[in-house]
Design a protein around this ligand. Structure first.
Ligand code: AMP
Length: 398
């Protein structure tokens, strides 16, 4: 698969529409609490400005109802942050494809940047509405997708719009190209031993990824809430821990597949169990064979951390998706912190995927020590599942 990249098309002096992912976390007062997604988009934006382009930026933000403007989901705070980071004036549009915005785009000059309002104020965006795609496309001569986090969605600004440009006039931005390259390399050509660490809440969300990973890795380490479905499948009493009973047969299948392929599958041997799902609850470390009735495992225990650290020690490639416990509560964050440190300290190529895991790595201070932190959770899982993302398919050179 060869992707059309921005550096290989002629953008000089053109009007460029860049689909970004500015869906950043904000607090109750609309303050941006983590601007990594905005900073990740700067390379492509700067490249276009350096090439005398007129730049139209577009993104979604949060989950507005759709069909109307909602101040809470306006992109105005994003425009401010872009201005701070780029030190270039950002022209904030009042809408998306209304007449005023379309004429603003028409008037936009070389070296200028404008930002459209939240794409999801338009109901058609998530429906991949053709009329909306056509209007968005009409604004520019070049279409650039740099929004890895939404490239698994067939939306108007991601998939539909790309149909209006030929392959010399559309491309992946630097961020999207880098994300795709990393995942492609790690899934198809990893340096071995290749170890995958999988965690998070549910097996259901990662089932396809697990099926796809097992034949590719040498070891798979399962932690977080999803480990309990596997432990229960093995006959352990897991108390009130998170379990998806209907997926027990799938868990057994995955374990059988791993065994057949000689892939070493590790599960926690101890957990931090609590009487209730809250940070005040009484908690203690117990082996997975001694979880008291009615208690729930909310983190992997110290013995599991040591086991996982040893299993990670000889890795040359590590792919990590999903926390080892309820890391949002200090009491149940230790396992995730220890595994983060172990992965960061390794000499392997380390790729972290998923919104929660990226967030966690920032909390642990290990961000700089990871080889690559993916900005997209769902999109990275779909890449691991072996799917071609709709937003990427549109940019593939036949
Ligand atoms: P995911 O979005 O599937 O990657 O899951 C991330 C969420 O899993 C985080 O919010 C964690 O709090 C949660 N989580 C991790 N371990 C557990 C556990 N043992 N029990 C319940 N939730 C968990």
């Amino acid at each position: 698969m060869k992707l059309q990249e921005i550096k290989n098309i002629d953008v000089a002096g053109k009007k460029v529409f860049i689909r970004c992912d500015f869906n950043v976390p904000v607090d109750d007062f609309q303050n941006i609490t983590d601007d990594r997604r905005i900073r990740s988009a700067l390379n492509t934006i700067r490249y276009c400005i350096d090439n005398d382009c007129a730049v139209i930026l577009a993104s979604h933000f949060g989950r507005p109802k759709g069909g109307e403007f909602e101040e809470k989901y306006s992109l105005k705070p994003i425009a401010k942050r872009l201005h701070t980071l780029l030190k270039i004036d950002i022209k904030m549009a009042s809408g998306i494809v209304d007449d005023e915005t379309l004429s603003m785009a028409k008037e936009l000059k070389s070296g200028e940047i404008m930002l459209l309002e939240n794409l999801r104020f338009e109901k058609g965006e998530t429906k991949n509405d053709e009329a909306l795609s056509a209007k968005l496309a009409s604004m520019a001569e070049i279409y650039v997708n740099d929004a890895f986090g939404v490239s698994h969605r067939a939306h108007s600004s991601v998939e539909g719009i790309a149909k209006h440009f030929d392959i010399e006039h559309k491309a992946a931005g630097f961020l999207l190209a880098k994300e795709i390259e990393f995942f492609h390399h790690i899934v198809h050509n990893p340096q071995r031993p290749f170890v995958s660490v999988v965690g998070g809440s549910k097996v259901s969300g990662k089932l396809e990824a697990l099926y796809n990973l097992v034949p590719k890795v040498d070891k798979i380490l399962i932690g977080g809430g999803m480990a309990f479905t596997f432990l229960k499948a093995l006959g352990e009493e897991v108390g009130n821990s998170l379990v998806e009973d209907d997926l027990i047969p799938e868990a057994l299948k995955i374990m059988a597949q791993a065994k057949e392929l000689g892939v070493k599958l590790y599960l926690p041997v101890d957990v931090v169990a609590a009487e209730a799902f809250n940070s005040e609850a009484f908690a203690k470390v117990v082996t997975t064979k001694e979880i008291p009735t009615g208690w729930m495992g909310l983190d992997i225990g110290p013995a599991s951390c040591t086991l996982f650290e040893e299993a990670l020690a000889d890795a040359h490639t590590i792919l990590w998706n999903g926390p080892m416990g309820v890391y949002e509560m200090d009491k149940f964050a230790k396992g995730s912190f220890k595994i983060s440190h172990a992965i960061a300290a390794s000499y392997a190529t380390t790729v972290v995927g998923g919104g929660d895991t990226a967030d966690l790595v920032r909390m642990t201070g290990d961000e700089e020590s990871m080889t690559f932190i993916s900005t997209g959770g769902g999109a990275s899982l779909e890449l691991i599942e072996g799917k071609i993302l709709p937003g990427v398919k549109a940019l593939v050179i036949e």
